[in-house]
Design a protein around this ligand. Sequence first.
Ligand code: ZN
Length: 115
Amino acid sequence: MIAAYSRAPASGVRIRTFLTITAAVLTDCLTAIPRHMTDRMFLVNDAEAYWRGWQIIKIHGGLGRRYRDPAFDTLAACSQCAGAGQGIEDMPCITCFGTGRLYNESNERLEGGVS
Ligand SMILES: [Zn+2]
């Protein structure tokens, strides 16, 4: 009865298991190399972005970075001048002072925010 539980798997199963584990380890090692290299390459930039409170978005499979200030969520195009910043007779828009943007001082995300 004990012999039924202690039987070793067939050699074909052991070889397949060994090859599966070896392939998984090699794949993990090979994908980790460029990831670690780019993490080191962007270390200073990521630290500054973290310090400023920016979002860090890894692009191209982690080989590139995109940084974004969440403060842009509080901006929206001026509805008076449609974001152009110009009012009547090429004068600066009175509502947005010629910037073409409105800023929500309560830091809430505006509809149609600039991204
Ligand atoms: Zn305006």
